[in-house]
Design a binder for this molecule. Structure first.
Ligand code: ATP
Length: 241
């Protein structure tokens, strides 16, 4: 569904990605893990052309989207939940959900019913301003808003960032449920390697803008270099892998 081939990207003279190749097949959860500054968000954003690829290609459902303007990529069946959630704090939960809709698709009531079934807390809070929700509830709202457009590919950028453990577990169980129950294809960018690799079918480790390792979720979880670097907090070990 998504194929990234030999992608490099720069911010002026700073190279943030170098020759990155990864793919996400239909029905998969693929995770991209890496430390702060490894280039995870850059990879996610470069799908939308910011920054633009300096070399390599990005192909979505067979079409080369590498050079498309951002607003055109924004109209494809790709939804993104950005790092930091970026919900509309002063709008209600319901208004936030409605902002995520693509008007020509399906009925409003069906869309809302689907989201409230998946995230009952959003129904309870529907008339409340989004800024008054807890961090975990805001993350659920951000995911639900993205799903309102009926995407075929969901990009999640560090959904567990800054959340209490109980919400971290909830967010990852939502990711798993979306995939298992609705067949959603998901690219999950995470620093929380432990949780991400447990829900993902496959994963890639990004280090200093390059793919250092790739494998199945269970294999990466068991990999001593990954364990040392991301599960026990020492990134130096991967250099030796
Ligand atoms: P984090 O987990 O902290 O979000 P990340 O893995 O998503 O990190 P990126 O945000 O993609 O990493 O950053 C990759 C590199 O590019 C870093 O060295 C960062 O300082 C640099 N960078 C990111 N955004 C910009 C920008 N707008 N201008 C210049 N350099 C940037």
């Amino acid at each position: 569904m998504l194929e990234i081939n030999g992608l490099s990207a720069h911010y002026r003279s700073v190279r943030a990605l170098r020759d990155v190749s990864l793919n996400v097949n239909k029905g998969e959860i693929v995770t991209l893990i890496g430390a702060n500054g490894a280039g995870k968000s850059t990879l996610m954003n470069s799908i939308f052309g910011v920054p633009r690829a300096s070399s390599g290609s990005i192909v979505f459902e067979g079409a080369d989207i590498t050079r498309l303007p951002s607003h055109v990529v924004g109209k494809l069946d790709i939804a993104v939940v950005p790092e930091g959630r970026r919900i509309f704090q002063r709008m209600t939960v319901l208004e936030n959900l409605l902002m995520g809709r693509t008007p020509e698709k399906r009925s409003i009531s069906d869309d809302l019913e689907r989201m409230y079934e998946m995230f009952p807390i959003l129904l309870t809070r529907s008339t409340q301003r989004a800024g008054t929700l807890s961090g975990g509830e805001q993350q659920m709202l951000a995911i639900a808003r993205a799903l309102m457009s009926h995407p075929r590919l969901l990009l999640l950028d560090e959904p567990s960032l800054g959340l209490a453990p109980i919400f971290i577990r909830k967010i990852f169980s939502v990711v798993k449920e979306l995939n298992e129950r609705f067949g959603m294809t998901i690219l999950l960018v995470e620093q929380n390697a432990h949780h991400a690799l447990r829900v993902a079918h496959r994963g890639y480790v990004l280090q200093h803008g390059e793919i250092a390792l790739e494998g199945s979720g269970p294999d990466l979880l068991a990999n001593p270099a990954v364990r040392a670097a991301y599960l026990e907090g020492d990134t130096a070990q991967l250099d030796a892998a």
